[in-house]
Design a protein around this ligand. Structure first.
Ligand code: ZN
Ligand code: ZN
Length: 357
């Protein structure tokens, strides 16, 4: 189905192998894939992994020499592919883009275990393959998640990664239950979503961050002062002085530095869990004597499933999760990314293309 209002070309922020700065270039607007949609981008979230994607060269087989960045998108369906039948979507629908929808084949070892986001054969929008820092993106029908009423495109965009990763980590991986005590390291874009999910579950949450302002935000969400580690205070000391040694069921590490993981092993209770989500350090140290003696479970999380995106969007539409997101201009991507890397952005930024402002 053709939409006469779609222009032939667009501008996109692209990663070229060997080039550590993003390139802003004019490229053709892609056609709608036979089994999917052409989506006009209304908002696209900037993630810290965009920095890593630019600065560290990877050699995964599915990575193209050049591709459009942006793995958190939301937009309007403007063209529908020829083979799309009985779709729940129609022209004009607003959808969040699930960046890693998998190949969808019943013979795929990941997709047939509902782990499409770990499938290497399917699309990886903005992660080695064309993503959402552009005016348009071509997606498979499996990547389209309906945006519920009351959720803005910027919220929808950041829900697909920052929201979904946090939700999947807390609910599906760590399986945190009401009444449990969770120590949460890091209240950035993901950590703040995790905090809201934890409070919704009914867990007691003790928070640690290096920024006073974000701790203040946690206080506003209802975390009592006694559960906020003062900036600069040693975490192990805080836990000891507050008698929390046998209390912490799960440590959720949304920072991922050697220090936070070391603290996590020391402060979690016997039989407890450490949930590893942040990746600030490329290496960390497991102390086997502590981990074995305490019989700890260490869990890792990567992204989330399609159903997690749907559930997160539902929580946002009900006001249970309020993603902290500010809007910027698509043209300003390099500056926004630099600010994010330097810790100048307090939560999440969504970029809006000029056609949607
Ligand atoms: Zn990301
Ligand atoms: Zn697959």
């Amino acid at each position: 189905m053709e939409n006469p209002l779609v222009p032939p070309t667009m501008f996109a922020w692209r990663k070229r192998k060997g080039n550590l700065e993003p390139i802003y270039e004019e490229i053709p607007v892609p056609p709608a894939p036979a089994s999917g949609f052409l989506v006009k981008i209304l908002a696209a979230g900037v993630c810290h992994s965009d920095w890593s994607l630019l600065k560290t060269e990877r050699n995964f087989p599915h990575y193209n020499e050049i591709y459009t960045l942006g793995h958190e998108g939301c937009g309007e369906i403007v063209r529908i592919g020829k083979e799309v039948q009985n779709s729940k979507h129609k022209l004009g629908d607003i959808v969040a883009v699930y960046a890693v929808p998998g190949c969808g084949s019943s013979s795929c070892g990941e997709c047939n275990r509902d782990l499409a986001h770990l499938c290497s054969k399917g699309q990886h929008h903005g992660i080695g393959q064309d993503g959402c820092f552009a005016d348009y993106v071509a997606i498979d029908a499996r990547a389209a998640v309906p945006l519920p009423k009351g959720v803005s495109p910027s919220e929808g965009a950041v829900a697909t990664d920052a929201g979904t990763t946090a939700y999947s980590a807390i609910v599906k991986r760590a399986e945190v239950k009401k009444g449990q005590t969770v120590f949460l390291f890091g209240l950035g874009g993901l950590g703040f979503n995790a905090l809201q999910v934890l409070l919704w579950i009914g867990a007691r949450v003790i928070v640690s961050d290096t920024r006073e302002t974000t701790l203040e935000e946690a206080r506003k969400l209802g975390v009592p002062g006694e559960d906020i580690v003062p900036v600069g205070k040693l975490v192990t000391e805080f836990v000891h002085e507050n008698g929390l040694e046998d209390m912490i069921d799960t440590v959720a590490d949304f920072v991922g530095m050697k220090q936070t993981f070391s603290d996590a092993q020391n402060i979690v209770r016997y039989g407890g869990k450490i949930l590893y989500v942040g990746t600030l350090s490329n290496e960390t140290v497991v102390d086997p004597k502590i981990c074995i003696k305490k019989r700890l479970t260490v869990l890792f999380n990567y992204g989330g499933q399609y159903s997690d995106v749907v559930e997160v969007l539902d929580l946002i539409s009900k006001g249970i999760i309020r993603p902290q997101v500010e809007n910027g201009k698509l043209e300003d991507f390099p500056k926004v990314l630099k600010d994010l890397h330097e810790g100048k952005i307090k939560s999440r930024m969504a970029l809006i293309p000029s056609h949607s402002r």
